[in-house]
Design a protein around this ligand. Structure first.
Ligand code: DGL
Length: 291
């Protein structure tokens, strides 16, 4: 499907004519994309969803850029041909910051990416000291450095590439949270005090896994800061492209969870997935390296 915004027609009316009850595919390396899925489902409860966790490739933060591009293309190739979505959300900063051009070239439907929320962070800060908390892959990307130069030139930006946080978020979802001391150590570098006494006042969550730990971050932070989660902005972008839901139709779309390994699907994790609306689960086995 292709949406052309014609003069005089709103996005909503054009899109609703074209895509009643659309199918939206939400993709991440693992379960972080659930934080985006939750927001998009609120905006479009009528849509059907395919949530894709490339758990055979998790964590993406450790993959080289070339491997990540090949891997994402291979997984999407398989899942897009199976489900023929009307729109794709790449709910992963580590992937979006490198694979969006290749995906957009390959697939015709609209693709919404999640990229580090540097712009809202620079708008929210008063101390002009902000931190970007992300995977090691995302903090290394040229894309991330370009965003900082464009939107946060007037700020001191601390880049924290956390090696374990995505895994900690997944353990918590599976009912095995790490202890406070371990979590504190992982986020300690986010909090900086300058020579002039100014302190970090905004932390941008640039990995979709991290909002799963937000309550604990808030409790463990050495001082209060504003945490920026880009998921609500992603949901707004989806409704710009597909139109708002027709709330008069009593239709709740389904959510299918698809895993490329499924090896971590314990009873506790299935219960968590159920709380995020994932009622049925499928495994499309795609071992890393064999795509
Ligand atoms: N959820 C992913 C992101 O937004 C990354 C987690 C991983 O390292 O796989 O960056």
């Amino acid at each position: 499907m292709r949406i052309d915004l014609m003069a005089g027609a709103t996005t909503a009316s054009v899109a609703r004519d074209l895509t009643p009850n659309p199918t939206i595919l939400v993709f991440d390396s693992g379960l972080g994309g659930l934080t985006v899925l939750d927001q998009v489902r609120r905006a479009r409860p009528d849509a059907s969803y395919v949530y894709v966790a490339d758990d055979a490739g998790f964590p993406y933060g450790r993959l080289s850029e070339a491997t990540l591009v090949d891997r994402s293309l291979a997984v999407m190739e398989r899942l897009v041909s199976l489900h023929r979505p009307d729109l794709i959300v790449i709910a992963c900063n580590t992937a979006s910051t490198i694979v969006l051009p290749a995906l957009r070239q390959r697939f015709p439907m609209p693709i919404v990416g999640v990229v580090p929320p540097i712009k809202p962070a620079s708008e929210a800060t008063r101390s002009r000291m902000i931190t970007l908390l992300a995977t090691p892959g995302t903090v290394a990307r040229a894309y991330t450095h370009d965003l900082i130069e464009t939107y946060a030139g007037q700020c001191a930006v601390t880049l924290v590439g956390a090696p374990n946080l995505a895994r900690f978020a997944e353990s918590q979802l599976a009912g095995a949270p790490v202890d406070d001391a371990t979590l504190s150590a992982e986020i300690a570098a986010c909090f900086v005090t300058g020579d002039d006494g100014r302190r970090t006042d905004v932390v941008a969550l640039a990995c979709t896994h991290y909002p799963l730990l937000l309550g604990r971050f808030q409790a463990l932070a050495p001082w209060p800061v504003t945490w920026i989660d880009p998921a609500p902005a992603i949901a707004r972008r989806v409704t710009q492209l597909l139109g708002a839901a027709d709330r008069s139709v009593p239709y709740a779309g389904t959510v299918l969870g698809t895993f490329t390994s499924g090896s971590g699907l314990t009873g506790a994790l299935r219960a968590s997935l159920d709380r995020h609306g994932i009622g049925s689960i499928a495994v499309e086995a795609m071992p890393l390296g064999l795509q």
